[in-house]
Design a protein around this ligand. Structure first.
Ligand SMILES: *Cc1c(COP(=O)(O)O)cnc(C)c1O
Length: 440
């Protein structure tokens, strides 16, 4: 367990010392519990797939796979990650609205469980590329809107999936397929759902759509992906899902469906719910200063690694859970705004956070940061690069991703020399020898 200052008994301060900051620490026990707590309650017809997008680190994916989760991937590198993590082809699905021909070919060569097609055009392209027997799921943009999602992805004009209404009129497109077999449907309604009844209603709606489409268009229901999008509580007024209540409702509708369609694989795909709680983003305070009566802690990491905590684009800035990692005791009588090192006023991890008195060198942790951390942040902004990632598993800390170095960042670039005839280039030695790009 992660206590205030340690992960599985290892002091976070020691990890910060050993691996440097800023640092992401993932607790494999918390990761595993998120899966098993859901797994043991969920109807056995439902297979849980982990959405690699949330945290694509291969060791995180490997923990998920070792517990029995399938992997849902959306790019060439994520597909390769699934293979590297040891996922069997039949436990991998590939989705995304803009798959390339190369990605489709890789899916075919890999023999994965299904390509989730997001347009009739893509379905036709897959058919042209594939040999007989290729399985595809149709991603449906349902005719109903989601209840409870913070970011809705269905029921409105969207680039995702095929409108339910359009699909009902697409029998001829499906009949024209020569190689691809449509074996079911997929729907994903949105993310960060914290309303149990909303999930149950979505599931019922998706299963009803699956029945209707399969009956109208005459394809079998071998697989139905009911999406997921389960949330975790981040903010003060939010509460984690009640798993008993959630699974009771979902199991009832899935149970009814499974009785009608024995052998149909029902997939629930989850990213944030599985990975979110296991991670802590650890930064070190560099300067503690005042500006016009407000206290600022300037740390070594911020939105470049943790865009989600910064919440750019949100109407109101709300704080992720933030705490001191090496200082206990009473809260200071002042509040601190925690910022990062970037030259933008957006770089604020937390506003007016209550903490024990902060001194330079202190460690501060942003909790519940295992999902949509660096992977969905502008890690190249101001050229700081990707932070280090550590997975604590079986009481041992493993570095699972190296921190980007200056060489990593510059080595991808190419200098085009363009000497001006008027101004001779000044012969200057590099100011920082370390900044020389490595030879490719
Ligand atoms: C992003 C995404 C997921 C994962 O979403 P979470 O809210 O993290 O569970 C699953 N399926 C699809 C289609 C997605 O786009």
């Amino acid at each position: 367990m992660t206590d205030a200052f340690a992960v599985q008994g290892i002091p976070i301060a020691d990890l910060a010392e050993r691996f440097g900051t800023p640092l992401y620490i993932y607790d494999a026990d918390v990761l595993a519990d998120s899966y098993t707590e859901l797994r043991r309650r969920l109807h056995p017809a439902v297979d849980i797939f982990y959405s690699a997008k949330a945290n694509p680190n291969v060791s995180v994916c490997s923990v998920m796979r070792s517990l029995g989760a399938g992997l849902e991937v959306s790019s060439m590198a994520e597909l390769a990650t699934a293979r590297w993590a040891g996922a069997a082809p039949d436990d991998v699905i590939f989705l995304g609205p803009g798959k390339s021909e190369g990605e489709l070919r890789a899916c075919l060569e890999g023999g994965i469980a299904a390509v989730v097609c997001e347009s009739l055009e893509e379905l036709a392209a897959l058919d042209r590329l594939s040999g007989p027997g290729t399985r595809a799921l149709l991603r449906v943009n349902p005719a109903f809107t989601t209840k409870g999602a913070r970011l809705s992805m269905g029921g409105k004009p969207r680039q995702f999936g095929i409108d339910h209404e359009l699909l009902l009129e697409s029998a001829s497109s499906l009949r024209a397929l020569r190689n691809v077999r449509v074996t079911g449907i997929h729907a994903y309604m949105g993310t960060r759902i914290l309303d149990e009844d909303g999930v149950v209603q979505n599931t019922a709606g998706i299963l009803a759509a699956a029945r209707e489409l399969s009956a109208t268009l005459g394809f079998p229901l071998e697989t139905v992906d009911i999406g997921g999008g389960l949330g975790i509580a981040y903010f003060e007024n939010e509460k984690d899902l009640d798993l008993d209540r959630l699974t009771e409702g979902v199991n009832a509708v899935v149970g009814e469906f499974a009785a009608e369609h024995p052998g149909c694989r029902v997939i629930m795909e989850l990213g944030r719910y599985l990975a979110g709680r296991c991670g802590t983003y650890v930064v070190r305070a560099r300067y503690v200063k005042q500006s016009k009566g407000e206290w600022f802690v300037v740390t070594d990491g911020g939105m470049n690694h943790h865009m989600a905590a910064v919440g750019v684009g949100s109407f109101v800035k709300r704080n992720f859970p933030i705490r001191s990692i090496d200082r206990s005791g009473e809260l200071a009588d002042r509040r601190y705004t925690i910022t990062g090192p970037l030259c933008t006023p957006d770089d604020v991890l937390g506003r007016k956070v209550a903490l024990p008195e902060v001194r330079p060198g202190d460690l501060i942790g942003v909790e519940r940061s295992g999902a949509y951390g660096p992977t969905s942040s502008p890690v190249l902004f101001l050229s700081h690069g990707y932070p280090a990632e550590v997975l604590v598993s079986g009481g041992t800390a493993h570095l699972v991703r190296h921190r980007d170095t200056v060489e990593d960042l510059l080595g991808r670039q190419i200098l085009v020399d363009r000497p001006s005839p008027a101004v001779q280039p000044v012969d200057q030695p590099a100011a920082h020898p370390v900044a020389q790009p490595v030879a490719q």
